[in-house]
Write a protein that binds this ligand. Structure first.
Ligand code: HEC
Ligand code: HEC
Length: 370
């Protein structure tokens, strides 16, 4: 099981910026004019922050941004946000990172789930995130809210569904109905977020507009949303193909694709190539935990963060390479760029992404990763 590791709270932002030259760009908020800089804290674990930031840049920045500012890909939230870190416990962060939010671009990152990270790396990332704000934290674990859920449903449809979706499935904001979120965000977390909002993000605070009992009602409604079901934990299918046998149907005629904007191939064309048993390479750009849960038939795990090292396995320049992800263009775009940088121009992104593919009922397979 995942072990709790103590992390230092409220690291002074200024001290950090001074001591970690490489991170100086992280802090865009100016110090208040005339305010004395906070004193450096001697107990502060700079090495853990540095390592945590390095891992964060490698695995998370694609979507959440190099400095956890959020919104680089789709609706990846602002993890360095002080209003978020105020209520997100270490356990909340650890569970979200380790287990992911199923059916969203947020993968499961722990090795137990087929991801690349162990407990120590996840703990260091949390230390890094904690270092991004020195605002005080709130312990919401003891707060119990019993609002009027029916009233909450009406208010939610009126004010919230436009961004979060009628069922909390997420439209242009985070989902609220992932099993992991509902398990780890307590009443106090949800209420505080609705009331205060998250500064600098599209999530406004509602305490001016709605009464306290309305916010309680919304809290209870959100807390009782029906969770989306999780896929079973890996392993659950055959292991990934050998990296030196990435080519599908090596003896069949080559698939030919026409890429819009020299970059995007429609999913229907990829389906046709699979059904016709043509020769091409299909790469799953997400974390291998996602590949294990559900991938396109014949696709190989080719996680975006390892793409530059893995491209040497793509040898035949005439064989098309199609990459896909859930984002739907972020991780796959990164893989396509790496493949092209290696001199292989016939590479494109599956335009609609795997979310669309699954919704269409197109065939998928499961796998297992060590
Ligand atoms: C491919 C894009 C992508 C990558 C890479 C990614 N995330 Fe996420 N992450 C998301 C999205 C999108 C969400 C919102 C999920 C939802 O709608 O439920 C999210 C949610 C989260 C949350 C929950 C936040 C909240 O408010 O509930 C945490 C914590 C998190 N990510 C941390 C990480 C860390 C740490 C990494 C790197 C190990 C990472 N993410 C990599 C896209 C990504
Ligand atoms: C304009 C779009 C928008 C509207 C309207 C909106 N939200 Fe949000 N909400 C967001 C975004 C974006 C986030 C994530 C912000 C971040 O952390 O980067 C969020 C975050 C949240 C979270 C925390 C989710 C998590 O995983 O941490 C909750 C709870 C929430 N909203 C509830 C509500 C409720 C209830 C309403 C209606 C009263 C509402 N929101 C209205 C955009 C919106």
């Amino acid at each position: 099981m995942l072990q709790a590791r103590p992390v230092r709270l409220h690291a002074p932002r200024f001290a950090l910026a001074v001591s970690l030259l490489g991170l100086a760009a992280c802090w865009s908020e100016p110090q208040e004019a005339g305010a004395p800089p906070p004193l450096p804290d001697p107990s502060f674990d700079e090495d853990a922050v540095r390592r945590g930031h390095e891992s964060f840049v490698r695995y998370c920045a694609l979507c959440h941004g190099e400095n956890a500012e959020g919104y680089i890909v789709d609706n990846a939230p602002a993890l360095g946000n002080a209003d978020f870190l105020r209520v997100a416990s270490d356990d909340f962060l650890r569970t979200a990172i380790a287990e992911g939010h199923a059916s969203t671009p947020m993968s499961a990152w722990h090795r137990d789930r087929g991801g690349p990270l162990g407990d120590a790396q996840i703990a260091e990332m949390i230390t890094y995130l904690r270092s991004l704000t020195d605002e005080p934290r709130a312990d919401t674990s003891g707060t119990r809210i019993e609002g009027d859920a029916a009233r909450g449903a009406t208010l939610f449809a009126e004010h919230c569904a436009v961004c979060h979706g009628a069922l909390g499935e997420g439209v242009n904001a985070t989902s609220l109905n992932s099993e992991v979120f509902l398990r780890t965000a307590n009443d106090g977390f949800v209420r505080d977020t609705i009331a205060r909002g998250r500064r600098g993000t599209p999530m406004q605070g509602w305490d001016d507009e709605l009464s306290s009992s309305d916010i309680d009602a919304l809290t209870t409604f959100v807390r009782t949303l029906a969770p989306r079901t999780l896929p079973p934990a890996a392993p659950m299918g055959p292991p990934p193909p050998d990296l030196d046998h990435l080519v599908l149907n090596p003896d069949a005629p080559r698939a030919e694709f026409t890429a819009r904007d020299d970059r995007f191939v429609p999913g229907a064309d990829v389906l046709a190539a699979i059904e016709a048993g043509q020769r091409f390479i299909l790469l799953d750009a997400r974390a291998p935990s996602d590949w294990a849960a559900s991938h396109l038939p014949g696709a190989a795990p080719f996680p975006f963060y390892d793409a530059t090292q893995l491209v040497s396995h793509i040898t035949d320049p005439d064989t098309w390479v199609i990459a896909y992800c859930a984002c739907p263009h972020g991780a796959s775009g990164h893989v396509v760029d790496a493949v092209r940088a290696a001199g292989h121009s016939r590479a494109a992104i599956l335009d609609e992404g795997i979310g669309w593919w699954i919704q269409q009922g197109h065939p998928t397979e499961r796998g297992s990763v060590p």
